[in-house]
Structure formats: C-alpha cells, structure tokens
Design a binder for this molecule. Sequence first.
Ligand SMILES: [Zn+2]
Length: 120
Amino acid sequence: MPRAKSRKHPCRICRKWFLQDPRLSGRQKTCGSPECKQAWHKKKCAQWNRKNVISFRENYLQQKLNSATDSTPEAFMPDIPVRFIIDWIGLKQFIIIDYLAGYVLRRAQSVRLSIPAKPP
Ligand SMILES: [Zn+2]
C-alpha cells in the first residue's frame, strides 16, 4: 500500500511542522533548514558512534575470552594476587573483572586530565 504523500510532519529538531518532499518518500526528518539538517546529522552520527564503540568493545572482550588460556594473564593491577583470584572465581570471570577495572582506571584518568590546572 503506498504511503500517503505530502503529509505534514514535525521537524525532529525544531519541532516546526513541514510538508515532506514527496521525492524523499518519508525519509525527510527535518524541516529542511540547514541548521536543522546539520543538527540531525550530528545527532545520528553520535548515535552511530555510541553503538559502534559498544560493539567494538564487545568484540575485543570476546576475543580476549576466546583466547584465554590457563596461564596467568596480565592484569591491569599487577599488585593483586591474580592466580589466587582466578582459582576462586575462574579465568573468564577474572578477565571480565580485569577488563572492567581497566575501564574504570582509564575513565578516572581521563576525568583527572580534564580538570583544569590550578591557577598560579
Ligand atoms: Zn527544523
């Protein structure tokens, strides 16, 4: 069934109502102003990046888990009893916890770096 053409839609950015260009057959999301077009692309791009960062991290963790062997893995925190912990909770669980610890450490570092230096 063909879609009703030239219906009015609210712009996804400025919320103003606009008439869709029938040639774009329902794909037009903004009123067409350059500001709204740009803002819409920026929003979609950010969404795409977020989704891809997650799937990149998933792949990384999956590979780490797949290639895990029983030899003691390198840990982010070298001063913890790695072998002892693995014996208690298992290798794969340790890899996931170590991954999370590394993530938290990196986050904390980047937050610290973004704090501006004290004025003289
Ligand atoms: Zn708009």
